[in-house]
Design a protein around this ligand. Structure first.
Ligand code: NAD
Ligand code: IPM
Ligand code: MN
Length: 347
């Protein structure tokens, strides 16, 4: 029997509840479809930081490297640990160390879920650059606390980094409806984004079957709300992609439905699967977090592990559940009830 080793990092707040929910569904899927998932849980989180002074042990990255995939809940508990410490101590280093350069985030309405828009038929796949750009971490502060204070944070766009994410976007567009929206801001950012646009045009020659359009990020943000059905694959830099995918989450009914996969496309290190949302301190401990985003992310993990049938059947079970109105109204159904309904629908 095939067996996959999965590192589980539930993290903070509702991350714990939704990871447990996703794991329950994934284990049922493994049983049904004849493979094994062997989970190893790591308590790395803000409470781990309180106990140890670190978000993960010094050899945390090396520990994770041996796993087939990582399933993560959410990281961050700003009341206890500043986000700038917690995220740079756990989530962001994993994305970078394992070269998970493609962050894939699907946005569509599940059956039975009512979004805020009139448009109900949209199916957008956002591809977010995940290792450099505005998140490069290059910068510093001097003269802190004085009138001469300076804070600098430099975006870094490398040719290798831009080319690989754009190619990934073109490939995804080719495997879908053949439309790629490349997100820019070259009217204001005259170095990095002009370079991004040039690379988009250059690579377009290799993908004559894909129709590529460059949109400024502000206009694309509006388009995602006014005409989301006009979009297929969207490829964006790290920060632009972060912001646009919260819009994507909003139009698909909320963060409780937005899934995400941090992919290392050449499989030289594990990929990581996590919902788009965070630890939701405002509803943590209430037992009402929607686990669908985490379960959908788990389905993306099965797909990446090449368990395609199981991945599809998990999504079918999610869709059958929301079609019945379960998990479609915020706060109505408990995390446990939604999970149980999905497990029951998984055949
Ligand atoms: P958030 O995503 O945690 O919450 C935003 C809003 O969405 C809240 O009102 C919350 O209740 C709601 N929400 C989120 N997920 C939900 C779900 N599954 N079901 C129902 N409602 C849900 O964003 P935030 O409040 O900006 O951040 C809280 C903490 O999480 C911060 O520390 C932040 O840095 C961190 N964060 C982590 C990740 C991650 O680990 N990938 C992502 C985003 C934010
Ligand atoms: C996300 C989150 C993270 C990001 C934060 C928590 C650093 O917002 O995964 O969308 O900006 O990448
Ligand atoms: Mn985000």
């Amino acid at each position: 029997m095939k067996s996959y080793s999965i590192a589980l990092i539930p993290g903070d707040g509702i991350g714990r509840d939704v990871t447990a929910a996703a794991w329950t569904v994934l284990e049922k899927a493994a049983g049904n479809f004849g493979f094994a998932l062997v989970g190893t849980e790591f308590p790395w989180s803000c409470s781990f930081f309180k106990d140890t002074g670190r978000m993960m042990p010094e050899d945390g990255i090396e520990t994770l490297r041996g796993f087939d995939a990582i399933l993560l809940g959410a990281v961050g508990w700003p009341a206890a640990v500043p986000d700038s410490v917690s995220l740079h101590g756990l989530l962001l280093p994993i994305r970078k160390a394992f070269v998970q350069y493609a962050n894939i985030r699907p946005h569509r309405l599940l059956p039975g879920v009512t979004g805020p828009l009139r448009a109900e038929r949209f199916d957008i796949l956002c591809i977010r650059e995940n290792t450099e750009g505005e998140y490069s971490g290059a910068g510093g502060r001097v003269h802190q606390g004085t009138l001469d204070e300076v804070a600098v944070e430099t975006s870094i766009f490398t040719r290798a980094g831009v080319e690989r994410i754009l190619r990934f976007g073109f490939e995804q567009a080719r495997s879908r409806r053949g439309k790629l929206a490349s997100v820019t801001k070259s009217n204001a950012q005259k170095y990095s984004m002009v370079f991004w646009d040039e690379m988009t045009r250059k690579l377009a020659a290799d993908y004559p079957d894909v129709t590529v359009t460059s949109y400024h990020v502000d206009a694309l943000a509006a388009r995602m709300i006014m005409a989301p059905e006009s979009l297929d694959v969207v490829v964006a830099s790290n920060l632009f992609g972060d912001i646009l995918t919260d819009i994507g989450a909003a139009i698909q009914g909320g963060l409780g439905y937005a899934a995400s996969a941090n992919i290392n496309p050449d499989r030289s290190a594990p990929s990581m699967f996590e919902p788009v949302h965070g630890s939701a301190p405002d509803i943590a401990h209430l037992g009402i977090a929607n686990p669908i985003a985490a379960i959908w992310s788990g389905a993306m993990m099965l797909d990446h592990l090449r368990e395609k049938v199981a991945a599809e059947r998990v999504m079918k079970a999610v869709e059958a559940t929301t079609a019945k109105g379960i998990g479609t109204i915020p706060g109505k159904d408990s995390t446990e009830a939604i999970t149980a309904a999905i497990v029951a629908a998984l055949t």
